[in-house]
Design a protein around this ligand. Structure first.
Ligand code: PGA
Length: 249
């Protein structure tokens, strides 16, 4: 049985004052029947830990370096994220693949480093609209999946988020059939590579314009084990109904 996961990606949003909302979120869901993960900017991990300690909310980073330490100005290692309170890290988000030119090979090396530091990785995959229209989406996802996911993956330390680039922050979402097609495909690929035991225990999230109004429909799609939520995770009042929809899915 896979435990469902509602994950929030705050991206480059949030100052110290935003932590009040994190407290509201923690207080609103003292014993959720799903896992909760919030990935604030790294500057807030340490103060966020003081709020989420002893609550159901786990914390994550949004990226990490491939190395443990060294002369890499401005970068953060997986070990540092863990030290600041993170138990997970998002890797290969399309904004990093696009704006920081991250490749799937780099994502895989980062994921290996994160696993070595004991972090769960939420590895993001997704096609652009151009790719969806010009080629076969499953070929794109298949290539990203095999290159981005390291051999160190297990059912506990790997979560995959399918996030079509064109659905992120756009208000557009794929049809349930389109989401289902990709998730079924990813499940089959994972089972083939890692065997049915591990393949069936990896959680598969959907991400891209998830909100209260569409959450229940998305969570009813087979092999959707939760969501990676951007904009609607910033306020507890927006994220709570998504958590509740996942709990009742
Ligand atoms: P969105 O972002 O929910 O604002 O579309 C999702 C994401 O980028 O993870």
């Amino acid at each position: 049985m896979r435990r469902k996961l509602a994950a929030g990606n705050w991206k480059m949003n949030g100052l110290g004052a935003s932590l009040a909302d994190l407290r509201v979120l923690a207080d609103s869901h003292p014993e959720p029947s799903v896992d909760l993960l919030i990935c604030p900017p790294a500057t807030l991990l340490h103060p966020a830990r003081a709020i989420t300690e002893g609550t159901a909310i786990a914390l994550g980073g949004q990226d990490c370096h491939t190395e443990v330490s060294g002369a890499f100005t401005g970068d953060l290692s997986a070990e540092m994220l863990g030290d600041a309170g993170a138990t997970a890290v998002i890797l290969g988000h399309s904004e990093r693949r696009d704006k920081h030119r991250e490749t799937s090979e780099e994502v895989r090396v980062k994921a290996r480093a994160a696993h070595a530091a004991g972090l769960m990785t939420v590895i993001c995959l997704g096609e652009s609209m151009f790719q969806r229209e010009a080629t076969n989406t499953l070929d794109i996802i298949g290539a990203q999946l095999s290159l981005s996911v390291p051999d160190t993956s297990t059912g506990e330390n790997l979560v995959i988020a399918y996030e079509p680039v064109w659905a992120i922050g756009s208000g557009m979402t794929p049809t349930p059939e389109q989401i289902g097609e990709v998730h079924t495909f990813m499940r089959a690929r994972l089972e083939k590579r890692f065997g049915p035991g591990v393949g069936r225990s990896v959680r598969l999230l959907y991400g891209g314009s998830v909100k209260a109004a569409n959450a229940a429909e998305i969570f009813s799609i087979p092999d959707v084990d939760g969501a990676l939520v951007g904009g609607a995770s910033l306020k507890a009042s927006d994220f709570s109904p998504i958590i509740e929809a996942l709990e009742s899915a």
